[in-house]
Design a protein around this ligand. Sequence first.
Ligand SMILES: [Zn+2]
Length: 201
Amino acid sequence: MKKQAKLIVHTGSMFSGKTTSLWRELYRMKVAGYKTVAFKPSVDSRDEDEKIVSHDNLELDAIKIESIKDILNYAQNNEVDAIGIDEVQFFPDKPSKIVEYFIKLMKKHITIVVSGLDMDYKARPFEIVKELMPIADELIKHHAICASCGEDAWVSFRKSYNEDRIEIGAQDSYEPLCRSCYNIKMKDREKNKNQISIEQI
Ligand SMILES: [Zn+2]
């Protein structure tokens, strides 16, 4: 009998080691004899093509896709036991659709290992990760180190004044912060932002 498929979710702020953990998990499965493959969103232009590169420079070959639906097509045409998906919050698919696709894949006995940000820089949850958390078989919340005080970080603070929800390829403008350092810095950010817009008038 085939092994039962699982949904494993790695989440947390930026720089918390999510991608590294995804890589490790897939690597272990590969060593154990599983046929594994990794996917990443094509909007994620930070890395070289067809690779997932974590902050500690572990590389993993990955196929760039536009939509999670592309994974269903892949699974139709290729033998696969376990898949990894990096930066799941970047996919444009509706969260309910992604959940539907994942259930279909698991019915085919494919284990899914996902990595995704739990919150944006305003500490608002990313819907897809919020949907996946309760239905995951395994859920791991990773923590970076607060850049101000050294406690466990809670969120990715954006140093620039860009207000777009997703700012791709701008990792230098983020730092991980704990809850209390974040609240202090967000107050300053709002103050400075208003100052700048007044000066521009
Ligand atoms: Zn702190």
